[in-house]
Design a protein around this ligand. Structure first.
Ligand code: OSB
Ligand code: MG
Length: 382
């Protein structure tokens, strides 16, 4: 693994875990091929060590299993009954030890990731360094930002949104598509914006029988088409990639390094979207990034409409080598009237986000706002 200096030796004994359920209104309705949301409903894990330090990990599960199988309900259950008992009372010398500790539990990547990410943050803080340093990221000042635009009620509404985001400086525009709302939208966006970096995300709305229709995208110079086929169907993506020129990017299908290796070995994708929550955490994100670098497959960081807490973790993740494409990490203010962090994540007119240099996530968490958004809370102690 690149970038690992000798880390200061810090031993942390985990003495308390809290999981909160938060609800925050979104500033817009976000619609994908699998459904629409108007509020962000998510779990936040807090892990405390005996010296009083606290790390936080935002979970990317939703209330429903329409994106991937996990839900806020399954995550709560798995943390309560399996992960918390494995971590409480244990002494960690490095966040990577969570990998071995959780190894016996199959699947449940989002549940594991929320605890694992909290432990990374805890170590970063205990060592007095930024999460970038703990992760072994590059000392970058900025990372490039892209934006994901949901399905809109009309083509006109979509074009208005694209105008807004292009004017804001975003370096890459992604639009959501589904059968019936696809090629026409791309044509309309391309007609007005010849030069922008443009891509589409289908969230598994098509089948291989749609290959001809998907080939029609080839003439629009898209950076990629994200997850056109079944969420767990790597083989069919391999078949489709042979029939179309637009690079396929996998999102839902990549839940582990093994899945990434399988996909790359059969040419099922030319680009991979990494979401730490989807792959079991930051260590697996790093492994996938390294495997992709070895195969010359570019990666970028996906988003799950995170609050500022998960958003900042995504910013640090994108300092790893290989994150060469703009991700779905956008400004806090796009999503929320009031984010949970101060200052919020901002994007400048060149489409760049500053990488925080302070300890841990690097921005202040406003706990009074976290408390206000909390609808339920569970605590476990040794
Ligand atoms: O497929 O990338 C996706 C949001 C929820 C579930 C799946 C996806 C998304 C996004 C949002 O595209 C990206 C963002 O955080 O802005
Ligand atoms: Mg996606």
């Amino acid at each position: 693994m690149p970038g690992f200096g000798p880390a200061p030796l810090v031993k942390l004994r985990i003495v308390r875990i809290e999981v909160r359920h938060l609800k925050m209104p979104l500033r817009f309705r976000f619609e994908t091929s699998f459904g629409a949301v108007t509020e962000k409903s998510f779990l936040l894990a807090e892990v405390f060590s005996s010296d009083g330090a606290r790390g936080v990990g935002e979970c990317v599960a939703e209330d429903h299993p329409y994106y991937l199988p996990e839900t806020n309900g399954t995550v709560s259950h798995v943390i309560r009954d399996f992960l918390a008992p494995l971590v409480l009372g244990r002494v960690f010398e490095s966040p990577v030890e969570t990998d071995a500790v959780f190894a016996g539990i199959r699947g449940h990547e989002m549940a594991k990731a929320s605890i694992e990410m909290a432990i990374w943050d805890l170590f970063a803080q205990a060592r007095g360094e930024s999460l970038t340093s703990t992760l072994g990221g590059l000392a970058k000042e900025t990372i490039p930002a892209g934006v994901s635009i949901g399905l809109q009620e009309s083509e006109k509404a979509l074009l208005e949104r694209v105008r807004l985001e292009v004017a804001a400086g975003y370096q890459r525009i992604k639009i959501k598509i589904k059968p019936g709302q696809d090629i026409g939208l791309v044509k309309a966006v391309r007609k007005e914006f010849r030069e922008i970096r443009l891509m589409v995300d289908a969230n598994s709305a098509y089948t291989l029988a749609d290959a001809e229709a998907l080939r029609a995208f080839d003439e629009f110079d898209l950076m990629m088409i994200e997850q056109p086929l079944g969420w767990n169907d790597i083989i069919q993506h391999g078949r489709l990639q042979k029939l179309i020129q637009t690079p396929i990017c996998l999102d839902e299908s990549i839940t582990s390094e093994a899945a990434a290796q399988s996909a790359m070995s059969i040419g099922a994708c030319r680009i991979i979207n990494i979401k730490a929550g989807r792959v079991g955490g930051l260590l697996n994100s790093r492994r996938i990034q390294a495997a992709c670098a070895e195969s010359g497959v570019p990666v970028w960081c996906g988003g799950m409409l995170e609050s500022g807490i998960g958003r900042l973790a995504n910013v640090h993740l994108q300092t790893l080598p290989g994150f060469s494409l703009p991700g779905d990490t956008s400004a806090s203010a796009r999503y929320f009237e009031e984010d949970l962090i101060e200052p919020g994540v901002t994007v400048d007119t060149a489409g760049l986000i500053r990488v925080p240099k302070g300890p841990g996530l690097g921005h202040e968490i406003v706990w009074s706002r976290v408390d206000r958004a909390t609808v339920h809370r569970e605590v476990w102690t040794i």
